[in-house]
Design a protein around this ligand. Sequence first.
Ligand code: URP
Ligand code: ZN
Ligand code: ZN
Length: 465
Amino acid sequence: MNKKILIKNGTVVTASDTFKADILIEGEKVKAIGQNLQEKPDQEFDAQGCYVFPGGIDAHTHLDLPFMGTSSSDDFETGTLAALHGGTTSIIDFAFQSKKKSLKEGLAAWHEKAKGKAVGDYAFHMAVTDFNSETAKEIKELIQKEGVTSFKTFMAYKGAIMIDDQQMIALMNECKKWGGLVTVHAENGDLVDSLIQSSREVGNLAPRFHALTRPEIVESEATGRALDLAYSGNHPIYIVHMTCESALNRVREATKRNQQVLVETCVQYLLLDDSLYDLPNFEGSKWVMSPPLRKKKDQDALWKGINQNLVHTVATDHCPFCMDQKKMGIDDFSKIPNGAPGIENRMELMFSEGVLKNRISLNQYVAINCTAPAKIFGLYPQKGTIAVGSDADIVLFDPKKKHVITQETQHMRCDYSSYEGWEVTGKVRTVFLRGNLAIDQGKAFIGKGFGKFIPRKPFSQSNPF
Ligand code: URP
Ligand code: ZN
Ligand code: ZN
């Protein structure tokens, strides 16, 4: 017999509605939603005073990623557990193809990293770093048999993971046949390398030169080029971690020719700015990520972009490195491993800074953090909403509870927090993952290996919204 859990008296919030209701969970699924449900449950939770949100979906994470001579410090156990503590029940991580190896080998390696370790649910995008005629043959199988339906391309990190325009066009063409979605890290790799070389030549080697060698034009040029390539073949495209006004304006322009463009930003680009790179004692290295943090005007543009439906999802690009790893670049910013922690903080920060500061509505909050990533990446309606028949991935969220973000209490395996000392209103109280109590009042009730791989559906070219 499946266990029955009743969540009573909460305010349910979906991407479209906010209403008082009880939720009955049976086994892994939502069985009923309604007022004063009379069913006799095995266990009852009182959600009085709480919002009841769908579990968050972070569509951009890097757990256990070998990168720039080291590996991201969270693995699938610590990373997904930290995510659950912060109200994120599913992630979409990036499996990487190695040079001269097949996509399937890369995917198998990521399954190996996650299986038996992940606490929360996970899916994979495939990062295509060596596209050729053999790789092309694998796309169909990944989409149809492996449940991997989105493909990441890097327009930067030349000589490592970057692919050229010809490869990107060929990948888009192949994806179109089978319903794959191409996603793009949009930075002009050649321009970055040239700016880094000039900076090094004159001895400008401190962390702040990371940002100065990746100015807005690096991103806006690549964004525009990626959009043009997609447009030329009538392909949908998803731009990952957009940071700045000029890149967003390229998207705005593209929509005028009725192009289908999907845009992700990350919480750090909405909340943090490039003044952090000026901190003394190598502190700025904590935020060395690509693209870099920008200016306040870019944050404003991104928040407005959400309201203009130009920005559809908010992820984290969680890619943490501890300070001893960051110190690989103590004498040269270009050797600082790129990335920062954030998987645990996204849902609470977006509520406190987004909803409570009236930058987004409560329903938009659910849309950008839960529903849109599920719809775009083929997880909906299993994930990303609260509906009868959906997975019972549910967060009880106390909107009044104040707390301070600090490394001392975080679950992410990183020796700093990107948001140290930030005062936040609103806290995750209880989390259910597929009907199982996962987190309650900061305590975990599930562990290593509970997380499941979730195969995804192909991208639907009709508007995913
Ligand atoms: O700095 C970043 N973003 N590190 C992770 C890899 C990537 O580019 O997404
Ligand atoms: Zn990237
Ligand atoms: Zn990334």
